[in-house]
Design a protein. Structure first.
Lengths: 187, 187
DNA sequence: GTGTTACGCTACGAGCCGTAGCGGAACGGC
DNA sequence: GCCGTTCCGCTACGGCTCGTAGCGTAACAC
């Protein structure tokens, strides 16, 4: 079912995707889809969410290398046509649907944020970042870094429409790591 | 016409917005809309584009203050319900429609990027940033900064779903300015 | 043997899309 | 005063999608 949804997303995109189509591809009655999911948005959330499971963050030895790695893998995910068209449409829908917003958060956003927390803890263990003084300040900084990384990649790939190639990834990583390094030693 | 489109966006959101609705609100026949715009997407692009004209960048005296200013005004624009639901949906559509992508670029993206170029030139005049050595490298850095700023704000407001309040703006500005400052003096 | 659950299939009213066809109003040239 | 052009409003239409209702059936539990 979710496979059929992703296939339909690749071929038709979000706007022209119909539940009748998905049902036909999956060899399933349209009724069954409506019995399991309340609508198009919820179905696509589940279909796309599994793609974010493949995001991992192996230890590459330094904060800069870890940031570069997560940026690269996230960009690779966004350059797949299914995720690109679906993610933006879902975010647009979630603007007017709090329930959908929660689904997206638990199914997609939290899975990415986990990587940031992981890389951050690793950098602290290496001594590249100072340990947490205040836990709420630490959470705020993690959220900030997450928004910067994910936002920049999304904007580069989907809005500016240019690839996140090696040159861009290294430049962005350098900027972010330099900012973190310059900001935290004194404070 | 565009006023009616924005009003319908506020009330219905992107997905439930119909051209018949817009026509009724504008006191105009549905045919007229189709005579002027090829479809829903193009109409909404024009309706939203004018909102980006109010973005300006007064000289606030320092690079940090200028960045904070543009972040604040951009965030205020994104927190309006019309722009939030429309922008993301348009980006989603543009992944499958190169023509729409160009419309968005000229009508929305370029208007924002202008601010970045302006602030950058101003910071160079103040001596806060080094002058351009290589023009293509300068353009690349400007694009990078633009993606970081716009992407972070969009992600914060629309994906994370939390407001870009003063605390966040100052933290983000500090991170970005520190990164720019730490990166460029040696190079 | 029976209740429960889940599914497939058909059919339906409702709504929107995008277009065609027709008639009317404004404007300009002469 | 006459006529061509252009723009608009209005109605109507075929086609498509939505989401639901109704009915029959297969698997499973006990």
């Amino acid at each position: 079912m979710l496979d059929a949804t992703r296939a339909a997303l690749v071929e038709l995109g979000w706007s022209k995707l119909t539940l009748g189509d998905v049902a036909a591809r999956a060899g399933v009655a349209k009724t069954t889809l409506y019995r399991r999911w309340p609508g198009k948005s919820a179905l696509v959330v589940d279909a796309v969410a599994v793609l974010f499971d493949e995001l991992e963050l192996p230890d590459r030895g330094s904060l800069a290398a870890d940031v570069g790695g997560v940026v690269r893998s996230f960009a690779a995910l966004l350059e797949r046509p299914e995720t690109a068209t679906a993610l933006m449409a879902l975010v647009a829908e979630s603007t007017r649907d709090p329930g959908l917003r929660d689904r997206i958060r638990t199914a997609v956003v939290d899975r990415q944020k986990r990587l940031v927390l992981e890389g951050r803890a690793r950098a602290q263990a290496r001594g590249e970042l100072p340990p947490d003084a205040d836990p709420v300040a630490a959470a705020r900084q993690a959220d900030l870094v997450f928004d910067v990384i994910a936002g920049a990649v999304v904007h580069r790939v989907l809005v500016s429409g240019e690839p996140a190639d090696d040159a861009w990834v290294t430049a962005f990583t350098a900027l972010l790591v330099a900012g973190l390094g310059a900001l935290t030693p004194p404070g």
